[in-house]
Every structure is written in structure tokens, then in C-alpha cells.
Write a protein that binds this ligand. Sequence first.
Ligand code: FRU
Length: 477
Amino acid sequence: FDEEALLKIGRMISEQQQLALASATKPAQCPHRPCWHISPPQGLLNDPNGFIFHNGEYHLFYQWYPHACVHKDKYWAHLTSPDLVNWQWQPVALTPSDWFDAHGVFSGHALSHQNQLMLFYTGNTRIGEQRDRHTTQCLATSQDGIHFTKHGPIIDQLPEGVTPHIRDPKIVRHNDSWLMLLGAQTSDLKGRLAIYRSEDLHTWQFDGLYGQEFGDFGYMWECPDLFSIGDETFAVIGPQGIESFSEHNTIPHHNGIARARFKSDKGIELSDFEHLDYGFDFYAPQTMLTPDGRRVMCGWMGLPDEIDQPSVENGWLHQLTLMRELSVKDGRLVQWPIAELDALSQPEQAIMLSDQGYSLESKSFDLSIELEWGSQLNLFEGEGSQLMLIADQSRRALVMDRSQTLNRAQDTIRELPLTGDKIRLRILADSSSVEVFVNDGDAVMTSRVFTEPHATGISLTGTPSLARVKRLNPSRA
Ligand code: FRU
């Protein structure tokens, strides 16, 4: 077929769709809608994409299916921000409208290069009666940071020994070359990292498959990221089809971080896989570098198979996590809410929490507390609902139990193994989510928590403890 002609038709469709989408308004009435997290105006949100600082502004895109709360042909929604807290909705950046991405403008990263904003993404199409998956890696660029021109595939063949499950490009600079990292599935159904190399960002040579050190570790690795903090280099991968260490966690999709070392000849060696999150809802994170040198991460607060949530009745599904600064402490990666979030805080209150309970009259707060082993913190308490955080001495774990909430998923417990005498928590809540930072960010438990609108009580069973609480104001989203 005539690719040029199809490209042209594709662009026309994409402009019409953009006009229609620009007039979409928020189904704002939903009581579960977050006040300061990024959520879709309607439809389904999944992975954050293209997270970058470019020409004086932060840019963040996300995977979006605007027409319903299902995983179908994805768009790239686009937001910009001066401060990583207040976000401005921009015209949709990329629509699934061309012959190379008609069934999904899939995930990828951005590069701010020679005054251009470059988006690298996976073009997903389904061909023929069998709907065979056809995958290319594509490029789109923008001069003004708002309007994007698609350049089509820059890699249009599969490397040998890899299935069409190869996607989610991340571009890094190494030894005067550009590297493109991709999540890949080998023909014998193992997840691996694929790497391509380029001198000019337009022509790419296949370099190899990496991660063999991990052996049989899932059937596919999605959404890679790679970055350094100080002398340490880390690779993020999303292995699909691995078992959890916990009998309670039956979900096969995990996100983890591994140590990465560039080998002297070529390629990367991975070691020490660790979970990035111990809660229910965390996947496909991306990181970016701020102008003052901080590494900031944002993830999807959702999972690929989880589409039955109460917000669907109001026409929207899923949200992103808060922005987390990453640092290295005693050789380990630590996550912490970015300092910019303090701009949303109301004055701090000190509350002695006990089993008497306390009504915060808000589901949007930042709470710090230290728990003794054997105690239980209940959040979002209301008629018959609560989220339980149990410092379970016998399991030596912090247990998050969402069995008494409106969440519909069948498995209701997550656990974080812990040693040490005390458990210090900083919890950021926003309507229908919690992000629990444990022991100064050593570990995080991220979860959606649906409860009745007035479930704003907090209580603590076991030894009473002084909590410091700040209600959080809404951000501009
Ligand atoms: C991860 C993922 C990516 C893919 C995108 C499609 O959630 O499956 O691998 O690019 O979502 O929306």
C-alpha cells in the first residue's frame, strides 16, 4: 500500500479527534476523583510516558484510551507543569491514527535534544483476520513542545529471536552513542532487555539482548528505564509472569529495580532485583532529571488486568502516583515525596491517635506516625469501611488489608517484610489512594482504596502514638 497516502489520511483523522477531545470535560462529580494526583478526564489511563524537563517546563504524557474504561487503541495525553505539582492539560500529543500505530501509540520516553522535544514510542498495529501483532519503534518531534509531527517507524523489523512483544523505548546516552532500551520477549518466551545503538537518533543498529543473568524470570519485560544516581546505575523493568514472595499476592505483574553495569565491550549486566513497591497498585514507572539534578519517578497507580473499580461507573479509571524523589542510602534506593508537594500542605496538627478514633474530615492528607509492633492503624474509617495497616509481629511484616473497602479485587492483602524495632510511616492520601512510605522511604506501599465519601476517620489500636497530620489542598490539574 501507499504509505505516504495513508500517513496523510492518518494525520487528518488525528486532527479531528484532537478537536473533539479538547472539548471533553471532567466527569468531576465522582467522589473518588483525586484532588492532587493526575487522573484522566474520562476513560482509562495507564503508563506515564515521556516524562521530561524541556525548555523550562516539565512534560508528562500518559497512555490514554479516552472513549471507555478499557484497554484499547492508546493515545498519548499531554500535561505540562512549572513545578511538578500543578499540571496544565495540553492538546493530545499522539493519536492512534497512522498505519504504524493505528492500534495503539504505545509507551515510550522523551528526549530534550537540540531544542526539540523528541518522543520515542512503540507503534502497535493488528493485521489480518488473526489480528497478528505488528510492532515498530517510532519517533515524533515537536519544536514548540505542544504540536508533534510523527516521523513513523525508525525501527521497522524485529530483531532475530524476538516475538512482536518488544516495546517501550527508553533512550540513554552512553560512550558517545545513543542506546535504546526496549522490553522484549524472546522466541522461547523469556523476558529480556533489548538494546539498539545509534549515532544520530534516526538510524538504529541492533546491539543485543541482555538480562540472561536473571534466567527464567517472567515471559515478558515491559517498560524499561535506566538511570544513574551518584556512582550507582539502576535499571527498572516490569517482568510479567513472575511469582510473588508473598502467598497473598497473586498478581503476576511486578515492577522492580535492578543494579545495572555497562560491560566493557557492549551491553549491560543486571543483578540484585528488588521490588519497587509492596502495595496493590504500582506499575510502569518512569524517571526524569530535574534541572537541579534530582531523579524523580512517577508510576501508574494501576495494573494491567485491573479494570473493575468503582470509578468506572463515573467514566474514568486509574491515576498516576505522586512524584517521588529517588536517592541512594547505604547502597539502596530510597523513595520520598518531592519537596514541592509541601506547597499543598495546610498547617500541621499533632494528634494523639488511639482506638478512640479521630475524624480528619478530609481524605487528602499527609500523615506521619511511628507504629509499635502489634498495633494497627485504620485509615478511611466510615460506615463499615476502613483500610488496615497492621504491624504484624508474628509475620514480621507490615500488612495492608483492603478487605473492608469498596475495592473489588479478590486478593485483599499485601505485606512488606520488615526487621527493626519501630515502623515509621509517612502516608499520603488522596480521595481513593494511599502511598505509604516506610522507614524514611526504604520501601513504599501504593494502593487505590475506595471507600464511602464520608469515611474520613483514623484510629490506632495498640499503643497510642502521636501523629503529625497536614491536610492537603487540591492542586491545579
Ligand atoms: C504496560 C504496557 C506497555 C505498553 C502499554 C500499552 O502497562 O503494556 O508495555 O506499551 O502498556 O498501553
